[in-house]
Design a protein around this ligand. Structure first.
Ligand code: 5RP
Length: 224
């Protein structure tokens, strides 16, 4: 099975899980990235049933609209019934690293609002300790050097992601070489640095369900 097959399998499993909600006028939160894009394809097949979505990036909003699926501003909906998104890394506690696609802030906002957050990923994303994947941090442009220096003090190697501006007009610093043994603390510490918008650790608000694509099928891991 290729990685694309695994992405298809988890996207389909997520679609099956949310399908009953489609008959209840629910708001579906839709994430960003290649796995979320496959989920959008499943959603598009049932677009006559999808009345409201919120998107975690301009790119996702564009894809949804291209299929004729209604996309709303988060401020104009009362709640998000369920949020489906991928991840760059996930651990057994369903804490995640996200933001490989630079959409971390909007992703974190939708995750915060969502009643249920279902993460979809192939098994290569499942790790014992988070941090092999460089941790993205969204930063106000004028604070880039300051934030970089503070990250060094926390023990990480900051690398400016050249040529990338987020949907919010900010820059991304990726933190390399950090073994993240206390994700909740690091998420908090990074967010205390002046100039940081947010970081890609989803530890305070982990996923509720992780659908993990393996060669022998999709495994469902729930937070205990
Ligand atoms: C985007 C994200 C994505 O969910 C993450 O990068 C995983 O992407 P993919 O499904 O392409 O592996 O956080 O900001």
């Amino acid at each position: 099975m290729t990685q694309d097959d695994l992405k298809k399998a988890v996207a389909q499993a997520a679609f099956k899980r949310i399908e009953p909600h489609l008959h209840e006028d629910s708001v579906i939160g839709v994430g960003t990235g290649s796995t979320a894009n496959v989920f959008i394809e499943y959603l598009a097949e049932a677009k006559h049933l999808v009345t409201s979505t919120v998107a975690s990036s301009e790119e996702t909003a564009r894809r949804l609209k291209e299929h004729g699926i209604p996309v709303y501003d988060l401020n104009s909906v009362d709640e998000v019934t369920v949020y489906i998104d991928g991840a760059d890394e996930a651990n057994e506690y369903l804490q995640l690293i996200k933001g490989g696609g630079a959409a971390l802030t909007r992703e974190k906002i939708i995750a915060a609002v969502a009643k249920e957050f279902i993460c979809i990923a192939d098994e290569s994303k499942f790790v014992t300790v988070l941090g092999n994947f460089p941790l993205p941090v969204e930063v106000i442009p004028m604070a880039r050097s300051h934030v970089g220096r503070q990250i060094v003090k926390l023990g990480g190697d900051p690398v400016y992601r050249e040529g990338v501006l987020t949907d919010n007009g900010n820059v991304i610093i990726d933190i390399y070489n950090m073994s993240i043994t206390d994700p909740r603390k690091l998420e908090n510490d990074l967010n205390q640095i002046v100039g940081v918008v947010t970081n890609g650790l989803f530890a305070q608000r982990p996923a509720d369900i992780l659908l993990l694509g393996k060669a022998d099928g999709v495994v469902e891991i729930t937070s205990s």
